[in-house]
Ligand binder design. Structure first.
Ligand code: SAH
Length: 235
């Protein structure tokens, strides 16, 4: 069998993995060999006696910066330079991660993901190794590891065989350009609150229409950015 889709995480904290990726859906898939996870401990590629991986920023200022030489050795220990692998740096300065980009990552054979710490990494290694800079949102984490878990989780659930009813993936938020409609389950009345009548009607066409209308309404109200893009692609 060909090697499964693989995530290789470069980190100063390999003990953070698999973490949440070892439980539930991604964990079962990992144990079944539907994907593979590797970690590379960046500190092993430090040369100095104290295994230093960071240094003060040129130009002064707060915090420390990850050294390009150490990081490049860690990357070179694992990257093959093949077209079927993508090298990613997680950083708030990167392009916001989207479901569309996640789908593209799944079609690759391998993702190599660099997790930053401190103030971030030396700019030269980003250029020299052609790292694609990705952000998981407009807020600052203490390190790239939680972001790597988010990125890999989003990819793994789209891999073949991971989700048992993959047709369900198609209605989800962002797949159609809309946020998803709201969900309801038993009990039918809870704390005096009932469920929209149409969902109890057994009329599939009406249910579909109601869900579509709700998806449009929610997107229009909550995400004007997605809404205008959705409108534009339909015109
Ligand atoms: N000084 C940086 C923030 C460093 S946070 C700045 O202002 O842009 C330390 C590390 O956490 C980063 O190198 C990055 O790997 C990770 N990180 C923090 N926030 C992130 C985000 N929103 N998306 C992806 N990675 C993030």
């Amino acid at each position: 069998m060909a090697a499964p889709w693989t995530a290789t995480i470069l980190t100063l904290f390999p003990e953070m993995f698999p973490g949440p990726l070892g439980a539930s859906l991604p964990g079962h898939a990992l144990n079944s060999g539907l994907w593979a996870l590797e970690t590379v401990d960046i500190r092993q590629y430090a040369c100095s006696k104290h295994r230093t991986v960071d240094d003060a920023p040129f130009g002064g200022g707060n915090g420390m910066v990850m050294r390009p030489d150490v990081l490049a050795r860690a990357i070179d220990s694992t990257a093959t330079g093949g077209e079927d692998e993508t090298l990613i740096l997680l950083t708030p300065r990167g392009a916001p991660l989207t479901q569309q980009r996640v789908r593209q990552f799944c079609r690759q054979r391998r993702l190599i993901v660099v997790c930053g710490r401190f103030e971030g990494v030396d700019e030269r290694v980003v250029q020299a190794r052609g790292l694609e800079e990705i952000s998981i949102g407009d807020y600052v984490l203490s390190g790239g590891e939680p972001a790597a878990i988010v990125l890999v989780d989003a990819c793994v659930r789209l891999l073949e065989g991971v989700v048992h009813a993959p047709e369900g993936l198609l209605d989800e938020s962002f797949e159609t350009g809309l946020l998803e409609y709201p969900h309801y389950t038993r009990p039918g009345t809870w704390e005096g609150r009932t469920v929209p009548e149409v969902l109890l009607s057994g009329h599939h066409g009406k249910v579909r229409q109601w869900r579509h209308d709700k998806a449009e309404q929610t997107t229009r109200e909550r995400r004007p950015d997605l809404w205008s893009r959705y409108r534009a692609t339909r015109e």
